[in-house]
Design a binder for this molecule. Sequence first.
Ligand code: ARG
Length: 468
Amino acid sequence: MKHSSSDKLWQGRSSGDVADITVEIGQSIDLDIQLYREDIQGSRAHARMLEKIGILKREELDQILEGLTQVEGEIAAGQMTLRWELEDIHTHVENRLLELIGDPARKLHTARSRNDQVAVDTHLFVKKKAAALRFEILDLCRDLLAQAEKNIDITIPAYTHLQVAQPARLAHPLMAHFWSFFRDAERLQFALQQADRLPLGSGACLGVNYDTDREFLREELKFAAIYENSMDAVASRDHILNLLYAISVFGLHASRIAEEIILWCSVEFSFLKLPDSVTTGSSIMPQKKNPDLAELIRGKTGRLNGNLVNMMTAVKGLPLAYNRDLQEDRQPLLDSTYQAQLIVRSLRAMVQGMEFQDRNMQQSLEKGYATATDLADALVWEKQVPFREAHHAVGKLVAICEQNGHSLTSIPTSERSQAHPAFSDDAFYRRAVDPATSADRKRSQGGTAKSRIQEQFALARRKLEEAG
Ligand code: ARG
């Protein structure tokens, strides 16, 4: 099929037909239809500005505004037919406006280029998505805080090298995730602030031959500032890069808690149960309850990072100012924002439904000799044993436990005194190997002692309040 050049809004110069491949590779409407609200918002502001500086008459402005409202309603209702030969959202809106109101629509593109139009659309979109995602991540932080507060008295092994290390309060790893997500919210705030600059009014790249009022546009569209340089405004995509980066890091953080959820739900760990609503069964194995949401979150990090690299590579080495390569921004932007929303909502559903299996955590603490370090330290403080000797004695004790199938708490007094005579002091020994007591000994700032965790809760609540 050939497309007549008269379909095109830029038809003036070319006379020949346009090849199918030109149309197919050139279209972005299949994706940027999703930017229709921003596109129409930008057009409304631009039309008002044109009326203010005398390019549109009052009645023409009214017709354009009314027409734009109708176009918006039609797109929202799914009534707009997408035509590749009309390329992008800007042309679709303008073309439909022309059908609806006729001549005044022809004036709307005065002092404007699609280059600054697409830039303003994506800036508005980035601001909207960064703000929305930030709020959802803050809600996820609230969910984590609620679980941490509710389970303050449960102890769980902390791991290094995925080997049992020391007893932690369960609230501690939960709050560790809290803080990394809280920083994601901060990164989104930064992305939002950087996108808060108006590119509209830059024209194709050097400004326009009209005495436009960009300050008016800035106010209408609620931007904090105006791009200082029109070439930069149409050529840069760091508003998108900032958002993609913030989302990628969020995705990495999400994949880490997802991995822990997967491990903790396994029979081997059995630390956690998820509600049926966020797990799936197997089509063949009747006993299965799979943490699919967590696996999908873990799997999605690849595409989020891919989207970031995709955009960075598209921008690399591009000469100023606008180049058509930049149209490739739509796919990573739309995909990452949507995926991030799926991730945060899935995480919230899982975190809200978490049921912890306290007994199994205690068993792992025992099996992993989690308080071995505490016992060595207790020998140093209370029995004045040099640390090297203490380390050796506890090592020997663990070997005896392993040989005879005991844990540090179950080993009889007679057997443990073989490792060190001081271990026959029952009161001393029991205090030293108790997991909750061990956790509360970690009282340095940011540590796992109950009082320090409670400090974290207070700080977290304050930060959440400030964040809004
Ligand atoms: N479809 C383009 C985009 O979305 C609009 C700008 C095209 N500019 C041009 N001179 N062809 O990025």
